[in-house]
Structure formats: C-alpha cells, structure tokens
Design a protein around this ligand. Structure first.
Ligand code: G4P
Ligand code: NA
Ligand code: NA
Length: 194
C-alpha cells in the first residue's frame, strides 16, 4: 500500500535489533485517517473470504482491526494480555512468547465472543516472529473455528512469522512488506521485486 510505504519512509526510524519505530502513526500516536484507509484495503484484500469476525491482540492491533471491522461490517474482538476483573473462567487462552521482550504473555478471549460458525480474519500491527499470530491460531483451533486470513499492517518478511503463516496454508496479506532493515535502511519487498 503506497500510502503506508510513503508514511513509513517519512516517519519510520530503524532501531538496533531490526526494529522499526512507527510510534507517530501506529504504536503510540495513531493516525485515524490512515487507519481508515488501511481498513478499506483489508476489506478489498479479504473481500472473498466470507469473514464474519475479526480477531486481534491488544493494544496496537486494535486500531487497524477496528477500521477493518468498520469497513467489512463485522465485529472485532481483541485478545487480552492481562486478566481483567470481569474476565472470568470461560476463556480460551494461549501462551505467547515475545522474542523482543523475552517474556511470556498469556492472551485470552472470552468464549462468548467466538462462534463455531465464524470465519475469522486475524489482524495485527506487526508480523515479526509470528508468536502473536500463532497464539491467535491456537485459540481459533481450540474454538474449532475457521481462520480465513491473516492481515498485518507491517510484516518483516525476513523474520519467521511470514513463513509460519504461509506454512499453515493461510491467506496472508501485509499492507507493507519489509525485506530488510539492514544499515538502518527500510527496504520494501516491492523495491526488491523491481
Ligand atoms: P511476534 O508476535 O511477531 O512474534 O512479535 P515479537 O514477539 O517479535 O514482538 C513483540 C512485540 O513487538 C509485539 O508487540 C510486536 O508487534 C512488536 N514488534 C515486533 N517487531 C517490531 C518492529 O519492528 N517494530 C515495532 N514497532 N514493533 C515490533 P506487542 O508487545 O504485542 O505490543 P503492542 O501490541 O501492545 O504494541
Ligand atoms: Na502487536
Ligand atoms: Na506492537
């Protein structure tokens, strides 16, 4: 998505450890207009998949997932990372390991918000090592529900998550696909294809 690639070129910074910082439009400050456009793009990309519900993880997945849900007219559920007072026993839970933070997080969703007949679209902000997506896939498997797609705002194609989703045979779309962050430079897959 050209609009997003241009924004990454303009506002993204590369940090040590192959991390792309995009906190002025995605991970801290959020640009609603850009999110809205991305929602429309997710709709276009997954139009033929019969999506009935969108699943994401708090917190940075919520903004793009919400706009996709708005455009596709389906509900959005976010898995929670922290146990809430009102979130009780009736949960699907998966353990997610974060390579960047080197911690395990349990993510949970209430069983009431996933239905056996659902066709789930998983949305997230970043696809890096794919641990968050894997956790959501585990939850969907426990719920015996179909996952018809994974849509991410930015994938770092050189890390494990991209292949992990493809190996699962799932329709994967990234609005921006980064081939490399070497030498503090953002190289998009679309640049290397040329
Ligand atoms: P994974 O889910 O793909 O395995 O991600 P990983 O464990 O490698 O990264 C952990 C967190 O860091 C995730 O957010 C993930 O979205 C984010 N992340 C990974 N690579 C990048 C990057 O290059 N840039 C930025 N900005 N974030 C990255 P999280 O901890 O779940 O946090 P949040 O959703 O609350 O923001
Ligand atoms: Na995330
Ligand atoms: Na994040």
């Amino acid at each position: 998505m050209k609009l997003l690639e241009d924004r990454i070129k303009r506002d993204g910074t590369v940090l040590p450890g192959d991390v792309l910082k995009v906190d002025n439009f995605l991970n801290h400050q959020v640009d609603p207009q850009l999110m809205y456009e991305m929602g429309g793009e997710f709709k276009r990309l997954f139009e033929n998949e019969g999506v009935t519900r969108i699943l994401t993880v708090e917190s940075s997945g919520i903004a793009p997932a919400l706009m996709a849900g708005l455009k596709m007219n389906v509900p959005v559920v976010f898995a929670r990372k922290h146990r809430s007072l009102t979130l009780t026993d009736n949960l699907y839970t998966a353990r997610v390991y974060s390579y960047t933070k080197q911690v395990n997080n349990d993510i949970s969703i209430d069983k009431r918000f996933i239905d056996p007949d659902d066709k789930i679209l998983i949305i997230d902000d970043f696809l890096a090592n794919g641990q968050a997506v894997e956790g959501m896939l585990e939850i969907c498997k426990a719920a015996q529900v179909d996952v018809v797609g994974v849509g991410v705002v930015i994938e770092k194609r050189f890390q494990k998550g991209h292949q992990l989703v493809l190996d699962a045979g799932i329709h994967l779309e990234a609005l921006a696909s980064i081939a490399s962050l070497a030498n503090n430079q953002v190289t998009f897959a679309s640049d290397t294809d040329k």
